[in-house]
Design a protein around this ligand. Structure first.
Ligand SMILES: C[S@@+](CC[C@H](N)C(=O)[O-])C[C@H]1O[C@@H](n2cnc3c(N)ncnc32)[C@H](O)[C@@H]1O
Length: 364
């Protein structure tokens, strides 16, 4: 047997014990977000478990075990004299809905949900193929929650102003289509802010489209509509001034067809805003990114596998900027600009244009 560096082996073992601790803590925090326990703990201040259990509407015995777990994980504090548990405000800021897009407990909840497909996924490792959206019954609900927090925090005040000319265009009145719109919150926010423009959201899923329509109706919007449609077969020509895609290209089965369809659907000079995961192409170019393993896990357990399920490309969440720009250009889009936006450190904002009509095209 080859000699091993015992110190290195010990240090690594310590690290993996830490991984196990953090993975366990992640499960607890995900449960805490699902049941509103973290929020109750933050809002109530130092309190005993019975009061917390009543406020959260949960069983006290379960709550105590959970509380001790997150004390062990150095998230909550415990005062053995008073028997009170508390969640300091500095920690609540990234663990409760008050944190908006930086409520990280929400993404831990997403991981727990994805772990539910692990037995089926192991079969796909052996046999290939993928797991379609039907294998993830809660995906749309959790995605909608996450996306709403991100869009509420920055879509109108930060993202739109960052895209040259977009605010003025939408103010004057433009036609915008959102591909892979999910539960449509982005579309509804835009439609409410820009009443002179008209908006349509397309998604494969009936459930998110119904949620999108319900929100539009609740807000009394008359300039928005939502359709169940496969955007790989968009089938529209020169119909829109703007197309948006929020986190909806890398998990497509046929992203090349979707981008080509968008290029056709845009009017000459029209704009595509594609918001997609901030990464470079190639794992070696991303090392050191603090959430890189998380991205690959999301990809393996959702984004890549849903694409493969349809016999698709399986680009993966970390397709990266270089591949994205190349695919935009191959689709016939031009002047690709890659913006970074402070309200959303997880994404690149690709802005590309359909070339304006040439004299030859115009005279036809
Ligand atoms: C990661 S989610 C993003 C949803 C939404 N844009 C948001 O930010 O909340 C990707 C969405 O694309 C939709 N989708 C995937 N392939 C599609 C296709 N070929 N046609 C239409 N929608 C599709 C999925 O149903 C899902 O709602």
């Amino acid at each position: 047997m080859t000699a091993i560096d015992r110190d290195a082996a010990k240090a690594f073992q310590k690290r993996i014990v830490r991984v196990r601790e953090d993975a366990a803590l992640g499960l607890l925090l995900g449960i805490g977000d699902e049941l509103g326990l973290l929020d109750v703990l933050a809002r109530t201040g130092p309190t005993d478990p019975a009061t917390l259990a009543a406020a959260a509407g949960v069983d006290e015995r379960y709550l105590r075990e959970w509380l001790d777990g997150i004390v062990a994980g150095d998230v909550a504090t415990y005062d053995a004299v008073t028997g009170h548990y508390a969640l300091p405000a500095e920690r609540a800021a990234c663990l409760t809905p008050s944190g908006g897009p930086v409520n990280l407990a929400r993404s831990l909840k997403m991981l727990t949900m994805l772990a539910g497909v692990e037995p089926e996924l192991r079969e796909r490792f052996r046999d290939g193929g993928g797991l379609g959206y039907d294998s993830f019954p809660r995906f749309h609900e959790l995605m909608a929650e996450d996306a709403a927090a991100v869009h509420d925090a920055g879509l109108l005040d930060v993202v739109v102003p960052a895209v040259p000319g977009l605010h003025d265009l939408l103010t004057r009145g433009a036609a915008l289509a959102d591909v892979g719109c999910g539960a449509g919150h982005a579309v509804n926010l835009l439609a409410r802010a820009y009443p002179a423009s008209s908006f349509v959201g397309f998604d494969l899923g009936t459930e998110p489209i119904e949620a999108a329509r319900a929100e539009a109706a609740a807000w009394g919007l008359t300039n928005t509509r939502f359709e169940v449609r496969d955007v790989a077969a968009l089938g529209e020509e020169s119909a829109y001034d703007v197309v948006t895609a929020f986190d909806a290209i890398h998990d497509q089965a046929f992203p090349d067809r979707v981008l080509a369809g968008i290029a056709t659907a845009l009017r000459p000079g029209g704009t595509l805003l594609m918001v997609d995961v901030k990464a470079q192409s190639g794992v070696e170019n991303n090392l050191g990114m603090p959430w890189l393993t998380y991205l690959y896990t999301l990809s393996l357990m959702h984004c890549m596998t849903v694409s493969l399920a349809d016999g698709g490309a399986g680009l993966g969440t970390v397709w990266g900027r270089q591949v994205a720009v190349r695919m935009l250009e191959e689709a016939g889009l031009a002047d690709v600009d890659v913006l970074e936006i402070r309200s959303d450190p997880f994404n690149y904002f690709y802005v590309a244009h359909k070339p304006a009509a040439t004299a030859a095209t115009r005279s036809r």
